[in-house]
Design a protein around this ligand. Structure first.
Ligand code: ADP
Ligand code: ZN
Length: 721
């Protein structure tokens, strides 16, 4: 073949044809460098049929520049890229970018230079240099990684390097990976666990597409059971991908995996060093790494011979990516399983309604682990009615919960307070004029972070110092913090129990896998008495001495009232409750609420999971809401509100009128301004029998709007703001 179609790594361009120069060998999937104008762009050779393009005169074709010395992308991955692009209205190039994300595919095999401080202190010290010397203790990385870590420019690091402040290490781009051994630290499974693991191992041996919903209460041994499936894949010399919802969970997972298999898997997440990304990318593309654990982006990596995918905590909404390509990693994982012809395990103690529905439809096989392992009992959940069990003025913890915390402290057991709100207070208000401090770029309140003495917008990241006077009326000392965040709850705990050792766990304090590991170590060593945390602590952790959980405000999640509000509240509270009493000691859970009779709260205290699911599913069926029909959101935004509004209106007016296909809106988005852009939304509702993607493509492709307007489509949306 001397003419090939190439999908270039440029989202604005479709595929282009090139000539293959004599002596160069390429095949579909080959990773190549191609000329584009004066530039050189990476791309992948693709089947001609997938992307029809206008044929041009063969004499005008430019030659490819080179083929990279890495394995070509395999057909299942090429099909996954096409499917993801078509389903989620993304350009194939933007999906391809996730596949080639590490740059390893285009890098040469030269070593990567990394630097670390060697103790030399330069004669002339500037504040920037001082900062770098302080921040980079015990750190190794490339020049740009060190600059980022220290918060200084690359020039500062280069300058220091010339002064001999660093030692250099040339790191090989190839990873030395110890391979996990399937029979290293085997455990004796209970009968229930054994039955489930037999089914999973059989599926791995069969090497066919098969999705499972592994549904077992917290602490029932889901992880132990899917470890057996992983062991079987290793015996077949196949690769395994384990997806986790949160990078903070990677480090504890690596440890636990290491104990079972005698070697740690490779990790993949956004917090990794560039050199590690390159190494890991290569190792898994060449088949040298057997097990990869990662965040959702690991789903698009070019595995050499994948044999199993596990999605742990599969109900987590963080598997939905909300920017760039808006895909749901749980759903794409199942599609990857289909193209690769391998089993996919979705593990959860509180499965998503969508997943339960797939079981009902006969698409997924349900595997259940109904009881906690080793006779540990499920914790008792009790509602505390805040209108009766009233916290003292200016406090947030009810007397019953405070008494329980005190008891637990005396017994030397650990407690956890859960509140899904970062910072100190969600709102700052002027007592004199009533002014609220808003973000200048978003329709959102600035959140007070007392630890860093700042106000921050959780949508765009805008920060400002906490003003001393009201920006509106100028009154001094008139600003008050309204409502609690985790920092404020932690202050309350410290006032009540000055002797208690506390920790705050949020994305502000646990921002790297290493910080997460430190937290886990401290908990296990008993160096923390009371943890106050956001949804970060609801996931996956197993602390045997944690016996009391307090949910500070169970009603937060029910505000806003989107489709999944009740489901999400149920999952979150059941998950956080599941942290209590996971070993011999029984656990207690108190849920503070003003609505003790709300169905969610009742289902939790009566431990009536099935009743709750049945009612929720029935409500969705009645409303023809997902999963009984499909939704897609259209989000129109621009810095110019008039342009955004007119485009949204144009889209609404031209909506096709078809049976089983309706369009609602446009309406200003609840978050009507985000990062300085005005936003309007439409919602498409389609019966499952309707081809949503094709109809929408026909409709939107015909329209034109001003260049500065962005129109995004969010298929199966989770966010409605
Ligand atoms: P889940 O993933 O369902 O929350 P885990 O797999 O984390 O449950 O198991 C909970 C705890 O019980 C863990 O500490 C785990 O090591 C332990 N455990 C579960 N099954 C067994 C088993 N068969 N033998 C020994 N320990 C087990
Ligand atoms: Zn903002």
């Amino acid at each position: 073949m001397n003419r090939v179609r190439v999908l270039l790594l440029n989202a604005a361009l479709g595929p282009l044809d090139y000539r293959v120069p004599d002596g160069m060998r390429v095949e579909p999937g080959s990773i190549v460098m191609a000329p584009l104008g004066p530039r050189k762009l990476p791309g992948v050779v693709w089947e001609t049929e997938s992307f029809p393009v206008e044929e041009i005169d063969p004499k005008k074709l430019r030659p490819l520049l080179e083929v990279r010395d890495v394995p070509p992308l395999r057909p299942p991955l090429r099909r996954l890229i096409e499917w993801t692009a078509a389903y989620y209205f993304a350009s194939p190039a933007s999906v391809l970018r996730m596949v080639l994300s590490s740059g390893a595919a285009f890098a040469d095999n030269r070593a990567i230079s990394e630097y670390r401080l060697n103790g030399t202190v330069p004669e002339r010290i500037t504040p920037q240099r001082q900062l770098a010397l302080e921040k980079l203790v015990d750190t190794q990385g490339t020049v740009s990684e060190l600059a980022f870590k220290a918060g200084v420019s690359v020039a500062v690091i280069r300058g220091l390097e010339k002064l001999g402040v660093f030692d250099r290490e040339d790191v090989s781009p190839f990873a030395a990976t110890a391979n996990p051994s399937p029979d290293f630290g085997t455990v004796d499974l209970s009968d229930d666990q054994q039955n489930v693991s037999n089914i999973l191992m059989e599926a791995v041996r069969a090497s066919q597409f098969k999705p499972f919903l592994l549904d077992g209460v917290t602490g029932s041994g889901k992880t132990e059971v899917y470890f057996e499936a992983i062991a079987e894949a290793l015996r077949q010399d196949k690769q395994v991908l384990v997806l986790l919802p949160e990078i903070a969970l990677t480090e504890p997972f690596l440890n636990r995996f290491g104990m079972r298999f005698g070697a740690e898997p490779l990790a993949w997440h956004s917090g990794m060093k560039q050199s590690d990304r390159k190494k890991n990318w290569r190792a898994l593309a060449e088949g040298n790494a057997k097990v990869i654990v990662g965040a959702r982006s690991a789903l698009f990596l070019p595995y050499a011979n994948l044999g199993l995918i596990v999605v742990d905590e599969a109900h987590e909404t963080s598997f939905k990516q909300e920017d760039g390509v808006r895909y749901h990693a749980r759903d794409v994982a199942v599609m990857r399983g289909l193209y690769e012809q391998i089993p996919v395990i979705l593990a959860s103690a509180t499965p998503a309604i969508e997943s339960r529905h797939q079981v009902e439809q006969g698409n997924y096989e349900l595997l259940e682990l109904p009881a906690r392992f080793g006779g540990a009992t499920m914790p008792d959940i009790e509602a505390l009615d805040l209108t009766e069990d009233v916290p003292p003025r200016g406090n947030w913890l009810a007397p019953t919960l405070v008494a329980a915390l005190e008891e637990n402290l005396e017994r030397g057991e650990q407690s956890l307070l859960f509140l899904n709100r970062r910072g100190f207070a969600p709102l700052t208000l002027c007592r004199t004029c009533g002014h609220r401090i808003d973000c200048p770029n978003c329709t959102a309140w600035m959140v007070e972070h007392r630890l860093t003495r700042r106000l921050a917008c959780h949508h765009c990241g805008h920060v400002m110092p906490i003003p001393e006077k009201c920006p509106e009326c100028g009154d001094e000392d008139s600003l008050v913090a309204c409502g609690p965040g985790v920092e404020r709850i932690c202050d309350e705990v410290k006032m009540l129990f000055p002797q208690a050792r506390t920790a705050i766990v949020t994305s502000d304090t646990i921002w790297s896998p290493q910080r997460a590991a430190d937290f886990v170590n401290q908990m296990e060593a008993g160096a923390i008495d009371i943890v106050v945390g956001t949804q970060l602590v609801t996931k996956g952790y197993h602390f045997p001495n944690l016996t009391l959980v307090g949910v500070v405000d169970a009603d937060i999640g029910l505000e806003g009232g989107d489709l999944r509000a009740a489901e999400r509240s149920f999952q979150q509270i059941a998950q956080v409750a599941g942290r209590a009493g996971r070993a011999e000691k029984p656990g207690r859970v108190y849920v503070q609420t003003r609505m003790p009779n709300a169905p969610v709260i009742q289902a939790l205290i009566k431990n009536d999971r099935e009743g709750f699911y049945a009612a929720e599913i029935e409500a969705r069926r009645q409303a023809l809401a997902p999963p009984f029909a499909r939704w897609a959101a259209i989000i129109v935004s621009s810095e110019d509100n008039k342009e955004a509004m007119e485009t949204a209106r144009l889209i609404g007016q031209t909506a096709p009128k078809l049976d089983g296909f309706s369009v609602y809106g446009p309406a200003p988005a609840p978050l009507s301004m985000l990062r300085g852009r005005h936003r309007h939304r439409l919602l498409v509702h389609a019966l499952r029998s309707v081809d949503l993607q094709n109809i929408m493509r026909d409709w939107l492709e015909k329209l034109e709007w001003p260049r500065a307007v962005r129109v995004g489509v969010d298929v199966d949306p989770y966010s409605f703001v």
